[in-house]
Design a protein around this ligand. Structure first.
Ligand code: FES
Ligand code: FES
Length: 164
């Protein structure tokens, strides 16, 4: 955690999972810390702290971001989605049904990345899925199960499209 000057505090609004929250921000505060310690949104996990593991992933204006490297101040005025905003979603169900979870520490990050992928490239092929999932690390489950969960979600999205 970067400790910033206590005198540069300011109150700003953050839009998270469709709800506006007042937060006290200092210029060097990281989004991961703001989410977890001020708002109790502990789904995004601290892992490597340097952008390698993806455990801290959230989606900001449709793009997956490493919240351990994102300044909170830069998220003001943007739409933030965290794993808490995807509670009971088909994506969570797909991860469970494909056995894509063991200890679960990496899972919120994978799910957020999968969510952004499914919104951005609903027709993603295997190569694209592979590329996107490279920004997340898992130490216990097989990556194959995770890829199957991602494919399940993309298929659900396809099936939901109105016939042309
Ligand atoms: S904790 Fe952010 S990428 Fe690892
Ligand atoms: S399920 Fe344990 S690190 Fe991925």
């Amino acid at each position: 955690m970067i400790v910033s000057n206590a005198t540069d505090k300011t109150v700003k609004k953050l839009l998270i999972n469709g709800q506006s929250h007042d937060v006290v921000i200092r210029s060097a505060d990281l989004l991961l810390d703001t989410l977890r310690s001020q708002l109790g949104l502990t789904g995004a996990k601290p892992g490597c702290g340097n952008g390698d593991c993806g455990a801290c992933a959230v989606v900001v204006d449709g793009k997956p971001m490493h919240s351990c490297l994102s300044l909170t101040i830069e998220a003001v005025g943007k739409s933030i989605t965290t794993i808490e905003g995807l509670q009971d979603s088909p994506i969570q169900k797909a991860f469970i049904e494909n056995w894509a979870i063991q200890c679960g520490y990496c899972t919120p990050g994978f799910i957020m990345n999968c969510y952004a992928l499914s919104e951005t490239y609903p027709d993603a092929d295997d190569e694209t899925i592979e590329e996107w999932m490279q920004s997340n690390l898992c130490r216990c489950t097989g990556y194959q199960e995770i890829k199957e969960a991602v494919k399940t979600i993309l298929q659900i999205k396809k099936d939901q499209r109105p016939a042309q």
